[in-house]
Design a protein around this ligand. Structure first.
Ligand code: PRP
Ligand code: MN
Ligand code: MG
Length: 176
């Protein structure tokens, strides 16, 4: 598809919001000896890198791959765990970090799997949320921006694997 990318949320707005989220997360986990930030690959990696640097906490990182989209634009609802965490999360404070929640199937599945491992606490932080697209409920603790149902890219979010490195949130607009 021929298309353009327009700025939807600027680099400065994204940075300011992530700084605020970092403050809130820092306040929430005062006294914790370890907060494990779990990034869902690949989309979350850019946001996770920015967010963890805005948190003044003893943070460790782990990663999981749960893919439902492949390289297309539409969810198949078939959430597959392609890569599990490296470490045990039992008794630990966990923050799952995502780039975007759409139907909710990915996070719903990951949350279900991780909660069975008996973490001390389990929270979710997402950069973007598309509430109008939700098909399954997921309890979300921190949301960067709630956005309308547009096809967005940047800050880790891809269109056919491209544009993840854009420093702003862009909107994909079809070209005649
Ligand atoms: C995208 C996005 C979320 C998920 C959201 O990931 O990064 O993880 O889809 O959709 P849902 O709420 O409808 O489940 P994708 O499967 O495209 O993999 P990626 O992170 O590697 O881009
Ligand atoms: Mn993803
Ligand atoms: Mg994707």
């Amino acid at each position: 598809m021929k298309h353009n990318v327009e700025v939807m949320i600027s680099e400065a707005e994204v940075a300011a919001r992530i700084a605020k989220l970092g403050e809130e997360i820092t306040a929430r986990y005062q006294g914790s000896d370890e907060v494990v930030m779990i990034g869902l690959l690949r989309g979350s990696c850019v946001f996770l890198a920015d967010l963890c640097r805005q948190c003044e906490l003893p943070i460790t990182l782990d990663f999981m791959t749960a893919s439902s989209y492949g390289s297309g634009m539409h969810s198949t609802r078939d959430v597959r765990i392609l890569k599990d965490l490296d470490d045990d999360i039992k008794g630990k404070d966990i923050v799952i970090v995502e780039d975007i929640i759409d139907t909710g199937y990915t996070l719903n599945k990951v949350r279900e799997i991780l909660s069975l491992r008996e973490p001390k606490s389990l929270a979710i932080c997402t950069l973007l949320d598309k509430p109008s697209r939700r098909e399954v409920h997921v309890p979300v603790d921190w949301i960067g921006f709630s956005i309308p149902d547009e096809f967005v890219v940047g800050c880790g979010i891809d269109y056919a694997q491209k544009y993840r490195n854009l420093p702003f949130i862009g909107k994909v607009v079809p070209q005649e």
